[in-house]
Design a protein around this ligand. Structure first.
Ligand SMILES: *Cc1c(COP(=O)(O)O)cnc(C)c1O
Length: 398
């Protein structure tokens, strides 16, 4: 009889979206005449850019002829895509060598798989509220988590406590679920703290493309010293609508080395390369062809149009909340708007109120951690008409 990984006993059922679906379905069955608007989705809705579609087609055609057929590719990703991503970083002033970029099928896999690089005996700092993947993947691999509090007082941007040691620190900016964005000075503080504590920052930049202020850092590597203490995860999911197409990338600097117990210097870049070469056979050539098109001038311009569409939705939502004096975070450099439930309502009670009174579905903050109990997340990924209608309905209950 196998002894199973009992850490899985400690992972909570993914109750949030199942419970939302249950409540919505129950309401819809009882009120079939009502139009329900969903502003809870964390998935994009705009189609892929025409330039990407053309490039995907080219990739498919290449597979159909013996001269251009592609078999196994490099586990780290094709040079054409790693070079394109390196040039993309350069376009906003960040220096990342192509050899430090690993192409994957998305940031969720990589943020989960990175836990393999770390022993269970570490102090792992995770913000609350949080993208649940960081929490569950650490629990699955038997690690203990220390939470750091995001709250209205720190604008949901927890900062390092110089009196508390950490070994591994998760940061996500622009943040899911709160939409909050760290500025350069704040990230510098994190980098300095990590260097001082000999810690690693795991920086999730999945929403970097939503940043419009050139003063805000789109990468942890915009901060001096980050190459010695940070790994960055990024994804084409939100940048280019690849949630269903699947492509992401992770930057592991070569300077990231730490001594083993026996004194041997261990390189996270070498370890990640070994891990990927052993357990991953690369992202499909066709998908990498499509991904490379994202980073051409036409591709970037087309993807930007889609992002601008979502940003306008975010602006409409934020404007409604502002008008009614509701305290909120995000909504500017992020597709997420995180607001305080009116009258200090519990987030599930407010969820029910929205569903029953105005038929708008959002995400209760409680699903992202203790600190989300009285907050609520709306997303800008819906279509324009529905977003406008949802906000007109919101006006009636604020
Ligand atoms: C959407 C999202 C990602 C992207 O995940 P993929 O697996 O690349 O689709 C990563 N991190 C956060 C916080 C996200 O919300």
């Amino acid at each position: 009889m196998p002894k199973l990984n009992e850490n899985y006993l400690n992972v909570k059922d993914s109750y949030l979206f199942a419970e939302i679906a249950r409540r919505v379905n129950e309401y819809a069955a009882a009120h079939p005449e009502q139009k329900i608007i969903r502003l809870g989705i964390g998935d994009v809705t705009r189609p892929l850019a025409p330039n990407v579609i053309a490039s995907l087609h080219e990739g498919v055609d290449a597979m159909g002829s013996s001269e251009t057929f592609m078999g196994y590719g490099p586990e780290q990703g094709y040079a054409f895509l790693r070079d394109a991503i390196s040039a993309y970083y350069k376009s906003y002033g960040v220096d990342v060598d192509p050899s430090e970029i690993f192409i994957s099928d998305g940031a969720k896999s990589d943020t989960g798989n990175i836990t393999e690089m770390f022993d269970a005996d570490n102090t792992i700092l995770v913000p609350d509220p949080v993208y649940p993947v960081y929490v569950d993947t650490n629990i699955m691999s038997g690690k203990n988590i220390t939470y750091m509090s995001g709250n209205a007082d720190n604008a949901f941007l927890p900062m390092p406590d110089p009196n508390v040691h950490a070994d591994v620190i998760y940061l996500c900016s622009p943040n899911n679920p709160t939409g909050a964005v760290y500025n350069k000075a704040q990230l510098k503080e994190w980098v300095d703290y990590a260097l001082r504590e000999h810690a690693v920052l795991l920086f999730d930049a999945a929403y970097e493309a939503f940043i419009t202020d050139p003063e805000l850092p789109r990468s942890i590597f915009a901060i001096e010293g980050a190459k010695e203490c940070a790994i960055e995860f990024c994804s084409l999911s939100k940048t280019a609508g690849f949630t269903g197409t699947r492509c992401g990338y992770t930057v592991v600097p070569k300077a990231l080395t730490f001594p083993a117990a026996n004194g041997t210097e261990m390189s996270l870049h070498a370890m990640w390369n070994r891990r990927q070469s052993t357990k991953f056979n690369g992202t499909s050539y066709i998908i990498q062809k499509g991904a490379a098109a994202v980073f051409t001038p036409e591709g970037l311009a087309q993807c930007k149009e889609n992002i601008a569409y979502y940003q306008e939705n975010a602006r409409i939502i934020a404007q409604t909340l502002q008008k009614h004096g509701v305290r909120f975070f995000g909504g500017v450099h992020s597709p997420y708007i995180w607001f305080e439930c009116p009258q200090q309502m519990d987030s599930w009670d407010f969820f029910d109120k929205m569903l029953h009174e105005i038929q708008v579905v959002g995400t209760p903050g409680a699903g992202f951690g203790e600190n989300g109990k009285y907050f609520f997340r709306l997303t800008a990924f819906g279509d324009r008409e529905n977003t406008i209608e949802a906000m007109a309905r919101m006006e009636t209950i604020l």
